[in-house]
Design a protein around this ligand. Structure first.
Ligand SMILES: [Zn+2]
Length: 208
C-alpha cells in the first residue's frame, strides 16, 4: 500500500503564507484542486501532512538577522537561506489552506499531521526532519511500500522530503509534478530529483 505526503499547504482565510502570503510560490493555487483530488480519490494507507511551524524569531527569518529575504548566510558551516517571516506557530499563516483542511477532515484515510522547524535555531525542509514525529517510523508502522509527495515548494521542502525519504526508507518515491509548484521554476528540481532516483508522476497516473 502507498502513502501520500502533503507538504506545507499553509494558509489563512484570505492570505496563504506559501500560496499568496509572505512567501508566495508561483502557481501554488493551481496545485490545490490536484491535491484535493489526491486526498479524496486516492486509496492511502496513511496521509502524512507536514506543516512548517516556526517560532517568531526563527533562524530562517531574514528579520532575525537584520538581512534581506532570499539572501543566504552561513551559520556553523551550514548554509541557511533567509526567508520572509512565514508559518509562525498559531498565527493565521500557519493554518492549512481551507480546501486542503476540509478534504483531509472528510478523508476516510488515516491522516497524521507533523510539524517541522519548531526549534528557534534549526530549520527543516524535509518532513523526515519533523520535530513532532518520526515520519520514517510512521511509514514503517503502516507497512507502506511506496509513497508520493505533493505540496510546496517543489524546489525546497517537496524536493528535500522526496530525496531524504527515498534515501532513508529505500522505498520507491514519486513527486506528483502537477500537484507541486516551485519558488524558482527555472531551477532544475525535476532533474535533481531524477538523479537521486525519485520518480515524477502526474495526478491522473497516481489515481489510475
Ligand atoms: Zn520555513
Amino acid at each position: 500500500m502507498a502513502a501520500l505526503i502533503v507538504v506545507d499547504m499553509q494558509s489563512k482565510q484570505k492570505q496563504h503564507d506559501f500560496i499568496d502570503g509572505s512567501l508566495a510560490v508561483n502557481d501554488a493555487a493551481k496545485t490545490i484542486p490536484r491535491i484535493v483530488q489526491l486526498i479524496e480519490k486516492g486509496n492511502w494507507e496513511v496521509i502524512v501532512v507536514s506543516r512548517d511551524c516556526h517560532p517568531q524569531n526563527h533562524i530562517s527569518f531574514a528579520d532575525t538577522h537584520n538581512k534581506q529575504p532570499f539572501e543566504a548566510i552561513t551559520i556553523n558551516d551550514h548554509k541557511q537561506e533567509l526567508w520572509p517571516v512565514h508559518c509562525v506557530k498559531n498565527s493565521s499563516g500557519f493554518q492549512l489552506h481551507s480546501a486542503i483542511h476540509d478534504a483531509l477532515n472528510q478523508s476516510p484515510n488515516e491522516v497524521i499531521y507533523v510539524d517541522k522547524g519548531c526549534d528557534v535555531d534549526k530549520d527543516a525542509y524535509s518532513a523526515f526532519q519533523a520535530s513532532s514525529h518520526d515520519v520514517q517510523s510512521i511509514l514503517a508502522d503502516h507497512r507502506v511500500q511506496n509513497f508520493y509527495v505533493c505540496g510546496l515548494a517543489a524546489d525546497f521542502c517537496v524536493k528535500a522530503t522526496a530525496m531524504e525519504g527515498h534515501k532513508v526508507t529505500g522505498l520507491p518515491v514519486a513527486v506528483v509534478e502537477d500537484a507541486t509548484a516551485a519558488v524558482d521554476d527555472g531551477s532544475d528540481w525535476r532533474g535533481e530529483l531524477q538523479e537521486c532516483g525519485v520518480y515524477l508522476a502526474r495526478t491522473t497516473e497516481v489515481l489510475l
